[in-house]
Design a protein around this ligand. Structure first.
Ligand code: FAD
Ligand code: DHB
Length: 397
């Protein structure tokens, strides 16, 4: 006989979506159990996103998990767009009425959330195996899994599929229910984390004949940098020396600016795609974050979008448990998707403007440069970029 347990909301995946949801539900007095197939160390050390929108920062603070982020995070009020070896600042503060972004690694957000879940008696089970979701169209769906060689069952009112792009929740929806919208890009990003003080106070997004480059950071001693590369680029062909040389070439500027290098602590290649499923719900299964959509990283939106999905889902579950109303649950997918598509558009646009596409001809390249020139010289265009980058407001309907 499997070991059976009952909870209100069963959450698959302890990434940003799963952990934010679990803690928000706790704050509303709703019980949940999070099931994660990796170890806590693996999840907390994976190098991923680093840019938090104002909305994400505000939410983490309201949830009581923002203290270290406030202390250690770097608040930025602009970014630089660099092309033709010249830098142009987009001033978020001036263009958005005082908004900014915070640089604080996804891994640190997850550590803070895990600590808060543990301190408040939350159940986050790591290293579970063979997770399956069942009876999704019944009033009591069930999650099966194995933990320490024992078969277990979790009976829930609702299941939140927060298990990322390669998870099992989305594929568990019967064939024909979901429609997929997909675009892959003919390039990837080679990313490094380096023991080197950031060479700029703000992020630098660079368009260059040899391809896109991005300078970012984690703190005063750690730089995070990216290079456009082939989607299947072999990382073994990139010595640290070659990476720094390429970064120096692409980021070069006419004003004597210098790139500070240092030991490379971590490096990897990430593919780029845009992907959405509609609807983000089937029966009592609600998909949130990367399990429902992927954006190319150029707009720094993946993590922020995952957080807004679960903010909307938590509100809907709170309404259900406090008032018995299904209204917000019924509109969950529609409300999320309106925002998801706007963020998809922005991420696609930033990607298209800043990367070299293998099939582009000189006309396309001149057009990209004209677009960059326009964005950095027209207040209206700069404002469009700024309001999307700091994060669009969360709408109720
Ligand atoms: P995830 O963070 O993927 O979390 C899902 C969790 O579910 C994982 O912990 C996973 O182990 C778990 N899981 C999966 N399958 C199962 C299962 N069967 N059973 C139980 N648990 C399961 N975004 C940016 O904005 N900027 C970046 O620079 C950036 N870099 C990235 C680099 C990489 C390599 C990747 C993969 C993504 C990157 N992203 C970036 C995207 C961003 O990290 C994601 O959008 C964000 O993590 C989404 O959060 P999530 O909780 O929806 O999914
Ligand atoms: C980082 C990642 C991004 O995708 C981006 O657009 C900006 C910064 C980062 O990892 O710091």
């Amino acid at each position: 006989m499997p070991k059976a347990q009952r909870t209100q909301v069963g959450i698959v995946g302890a990434g940003p979506a799963g952990l934010v949801l679990s803690h928000l539900l706790y704050l509303h007095g709703i019980e949940s159990v999070v099931l994660e197939n990796r170890s806590r160390t693996y999840v907390e050390e994976r190098v991923r996103a680093g840019v938090l929108e104002q909305n994400t920062v505000d939410l983490l603070c309201e949830m009581g998990v923002g203290e270290r982020m406030k202390r250690e995070g770097l608040v930025h009020y602009g970014i630089e767009l660099r092309f033709k070896r010249r830098g142009h600042r987009i001033d978020f503060q001036e263009l958005t009425g005082g908004k900014g972004i915070t640089i604080y690694a996804q891994a640190e957000v997850l550590k803070d959330l895990n600590n808060a879940r543990i301190a408040t008696g939350g159940q986050v089970l790591f290293e579970v195996e063979d997770v399956g979701v069942h009876d999704l169209d019944s009033p009591m769906p069930k999650i099966t899994y194995r933990k320490d060689d024992a078969d277990c069952e979790l009976h829930c009112d609702f299941i939140a599929g927060c298990d990322g792009f390669h998870g099992i929740c989305r594929p568990s929806v019967p064939a024909g229910v979901l429609t997929e919208y997909d675009r892959t890009y003919p390039f990837g990003w080679l990313g490094i984390l380096a023991q080197a003080p950031p060479s700029s106070e703000e992020l630098i997004y660079t368009y260059h004949e040899l391809g896109f480059a991005l300078l970012s950071m984690r703190n005063s001693q750690l730089s995070r940098l990216y290079l456009q590369c082939a989607p299947d680029e072999d990382i073994n062909g990139w010595s640290d020396d070659r990476i720094w040389r390429e970064l120096r070439t692409r980021l070069a500027s006419t004003n004597g600016w210098k790139l500070t290098d240092g030991p490379v602590l971590q490096k990897g290649v990430t593919g780029m795609r845009s992907f959405v499923v509609e609807p983000m719900q089937y029966g009592r299964l609600y998909l949130a974050g990367d399990s429902a959509h992927i954006v190319p990283p150029t707009g720094a939106k993946g993590l922020n979008l995952a957080v807004t999905d679960v903010q909307i889902l938590a509100r809907a579950l709170e309404e259900y448990y406090s008032k018995g109303s299904h209204n917000l649950l019924d509109s969950y997918s529609e409300v999320c998707l309106r925002r998801v598509w706007k963020v998809q558009r922005f991420s696609w646009w930033m990607t298209s403007m800043l990367h070299r596409f293998p099939d582009d001809n000189p006309f396309d390249q001149r057009r990209q440069l004209a677009e960059l020139d326009y964005v950095t010289s027209s207040r209206a265009a700069a404002k469009t970029l700024a309001e999307n980058y700091v994060g669009l407001p969360l709408e109720d309907h």
